[in-house]
Design a protein around this ligand. Structure first.
Ligand code: ADP
Ligand code: ZN
Length: 740
């Protein structure tokens, strides 16, 4: 037996072959962590492939040691890991870490076991009397234990808390032979103690039925099924369709994977899935970045062992070790949070499509505002399109009013009178309002009126944001913060002007305008306390809050029937960023945010404040016209050679030395021109839009071409042949989302 091993310290990610001594054979599998001899010492590596070939192993060195038990990575996931490393230009080690998370790697996080106590013997009358005389506390403990009934082991600590008898007394009881204390494995359940009220399948409307039939057909014959793109307006009942598709899958004895953006992994979403399937013999596992290592490990093994057949998770869950998958559902498929912004820079939506093809299983991408990539695939017949154009029960789409802020006379007005009046009206009617602004802090810049100096981050090329509650200036890129100066740090003049509005200022203004209203702000600053998010949403749901102000944290997935008004404080924020997707993002955000209004019986209203009222994103969003928006946006993309018509790759070089970063970027751009594959164009190196971040100078080289694979291959080959100085770091991003 022979294995291919990758070693993190070896350049170029090529694997090395080793022989496996007979004694270790049982424990070696793809994903095993092994120590192998390299030059004259032992090095840690990961097995990526196992070959049975007996004869060929004779000239190879032996593996020295295997760490832990065989990890059992399914061959399909192994295949995905290799694909990820190849396509996203990532070291195979990093890709392996996705399919085999650290929490799972043999032995790195242990199973949790706690002391349990079992009732073993109940004394007869005489025995009771004896015990009561000799050890009255133990007698009391035995009574308590008997009172718990049954012979199932009970966690000792829990029993002690419940009965008020100390753990030591119970242990004494065990020592005297009346009970037995044993250490048993327990599951760390992220939803410990929560109860879900079972829900029934709803009777679907015509559009839902059609969507379900299409998905079912793909589930039944996954070999030749196309990915299904469900374009359904907010509130059209997509989730209900997913739930019923999952029921079909379970009926076939298969499993289901549901991906949602991290931000939508609210208790509300999880609850809908748990509640529907809580009464069945299927486990629902949750995977997201806020799990503890222990919870993650336990959820992973529940999935791996088949005890959980439904997995709901954020992007990393695309690697969940489910067996016999029937369907993968990607909700809000356009979301940027599916893209991992560190190596490997994969897009979980794209991997879902890939995995579905390999399994094979059905794959469903759903959104009210599909990404133009997916929409284009639907137009060209690569995906199967299903449309759900109406809200459930014929609820109307909210009315969007565009407020032209230029008419307010150039003042930096925060609230147009029409929006203020609408809020007043809602307060009087005891209906709820959501105000949205995708920018936290109080003011986004602080400028001296005398010398013009703007307070900048010392580490990044951005202005510092003023946070009034903590009286600090802070950087949203690197986290730097300093006490807010009373006068200009450059010229000591006292005339400092704050400009640019953040959520704190909105809150402040709202409190002044509506002193009796119950107002809560929801952003990364105010929600840092554990459970704060959950509690606030709970309070909002039961009507204890009149006005909820927030960043994108409140834009998605929330379903509150009493919200009848949504105000978008500044719709232009995302429009003026250097990104060809700026228009698409703005359209998506406006549609998603306005989707929060009018989900109950009362019609919703949305006010959009803007200084560019005629920009296409705003106009098409206003008319709920996704197709119109997509058509004109695709024309622009096609004319200028942007995705989805071309694939893109972005290489970012960073260094603490400006000269070296610049020089290496120029050299790389020049080398990339050599042997450029057919149809590929390579731009010149240039400072990144965010020219400096976290003390690093940043330069970029962008490439475009007909296929992502060809771009990746060319970039990898060029980089392999171009040694970089030690303090220059290169990040390759294939199909990038953020261009900063
Ligand atoms: P989406 O995921 O498209 O935003 P949801 O699935 O959340 O829409 O549905 C919106 C609301 O309508 C939810 O409260 C849901 O329970 C309800 N709903 C969905 N389908 C039906 C149906 N067929 N009949 C009645 N109510 C439904
Ligand atoms: Zn900074």
């Amino acid at each position: 037996m022979r294995v291919a091993v990758v070693l993190p310290e070896r350049a170029g990610d090529r694997s090395l072959d080793y022989a496996v001594p007979v004694a270790l054979r049982e424990r070696v599998a793809p994903g095993s962590r092994v120590r192998v001899p390299l030059r004259s010492r032992l090095t840690l590596g990961t097995v990526i492939e196992v070959f049975d070939a007996e004869g060929s192993a004779h000239a190879l060195k032996d593996i020295a040691e295997v760490l832990g038990d065989a990890p059992l990575i399914r061959p399909r996931l192994m295949e995905i890991a290799r694909w990820v490393a190849d396509y996203y230009c990532s070291p195979i080690e990093a890709a392996m870490a996705c399919v085999l998370p650290q929490a799972v790697r043999s032995g790195e996080v242990a199973e949790k076991s706690v002391a349990h106590i079992r009732l073993v013997r109940v004394p007869d009358d005489e025995g009771w009397q004896k015990l009561e005389r000799r050890a009255p506390r133990q007698a009391g403990a035995l009574h308590a234990l008997a009172g718990e009934g049954g012979s199932a082991p009970l966690p000792l600590a829990q029993l002690s808390e419940k009965t008020g008898v100390s753990v030591a007394v119970f242990r004494g009881l065990a020592r005297s032979g009346w009970a037995e204390v044993r250490s048993l494995a327990v599951r760390r359940d992220p939803h410990q103690g929560e109860h879900f009220i079972p829900t029934q399948d709803l009777t679907l409307n015509e559009h839902q039925q059609e969507a379900l039939e299409t998905i079912r057909a793909a589930i039944m014959t996954p070999e030749n099924a196309k990915p299904v793109l469900v374009h359904g307006v907010t509130g059209s009942g997509k989730t209900e369709v997913y739930l019923q598709a999952i029921r079909t899958v379970l009926g076939l004895g298969k499993s289901a994977l549901v991906l949602v953006p991290e931000i939508s992994l609210t208790p509300q979403t999880v609850e809908r899935f748990k509640a529907r399937f809580s009464s069945e013999e299927v486990g629902v596992a949750i995977l997201h970045s806020h799990l503890s290592q222990g919870e993650r490990r336990d959820e992973w093994f529940r999935i791996h062992s088949g005890r959980a057949r439904i997995v709901i998770g954020a992007r990393s869950a695309v690697f969940a070790p489910l067996d016999s998958l029937g369907v993968i559902i990607v909700d809000e498929e356009h979301e940027t949070s599916y893209k991992q912004e560190e190596t490997p820079r994969y897009n979980a939506r794209d991997l879902a499509v890939l995995r579905a093809r390999l399994e094979p299983c059905a794959v469903v991408l759903g959104s009210a505002t599909p990404s133009l990539e997916s929409w284009h695939h639907a137009q060209t017949g690569k995906y199967r399109l299903v449309t759900m154009p109406l809200r459930v029960d014929d609820r109307k789409m909210p009315l969007l009013r565009v407020l032209d802020m230029r008419r307010l006379g150039g003042r930096e007005a925060l609230l147009a009178p029409a929006l203020a009046a609408a809020i007043t009206e809602r307060l009087a009617k005891r209906e709820q309002t959501i105000l949205f602004l995708n920018r936290r802090g109080f003011s986004t810049s602080m400028q001296c009126l005398a010398c013009g100096n703007v307070c900048q981050c010392p580490n990044c090329s951005v202005a510092l944001t003023y946070h009034r509650d903590a009286a600090v200036l802070s950087c949203h890129i690197c986290g730097f913060s300093r006490v807010a100066p009373k006068s200009c740090p450059e010229c000591s003049d006292g005339g400092i002007r704050f400009s640019g509005v953040g959520t704190q200022k909105v809150e402040d203004t709202m409190r002044k305008l509506f002193p009796t209203a119950r107002i809560v702000r929801m952003d990364a600053d105010s929600m840092s306390r554990k459970n704060a998010y959950r509690e606030t949403l709970g309070a909002f749901r039961v009507g204890e809050i009149d006005i909820l102000i927030g960043t994108q944290m409140i834009a998605k997935g929330l379903d509150f029937p009493s919200v009848t008004l949504v105000g978008i404080i500044n719709a232009d924020l995302g429009l003026h960023v250097p990104d060809f997707r700026a228009g698409e993002r703005t359209f998506q955000l406006l549609t998603q945010v306005s989707g929060r209004a009018g989900r109950g019986d009362i019609e919703g209203e949305v006010f959009v404040q803007t200084w560019t009222p005629f920009s296409p994103s705003i106009q098409f969003a206003r008319h709920h016209d996704f197709e119109g928006f997509a058509e004109q946006e695709l024309e622009f993309r096609s004319n200028f050679g942007f995705p989805p018509y071309r694939r893109m790759a972005l290489i970012t070089l960073r260094s603490s030395s400006l000269e070296r970063a610049e020089f290496c970027a120029e050299t790389l751009a020049r080398k990339l021109l050599v042997g450029l594959p057919e149809g590929v164009v390579c731009g010149e190196s240039a400072p990144a839009p965010l020219a400096r971040a976290k003390s690093y100078y940043r330069f970029q080289v962008a490439l475009r071409g007909p296929s992502g694979r060809a771009l990746a291959r060319h970039i990898r080959a060029t980089l392999d042949a171009l040694p970089m100085p030690e303090d220059v770091f290169v990040a390759v991003d294939i199909d990038p989302f953020g261009l900063l």
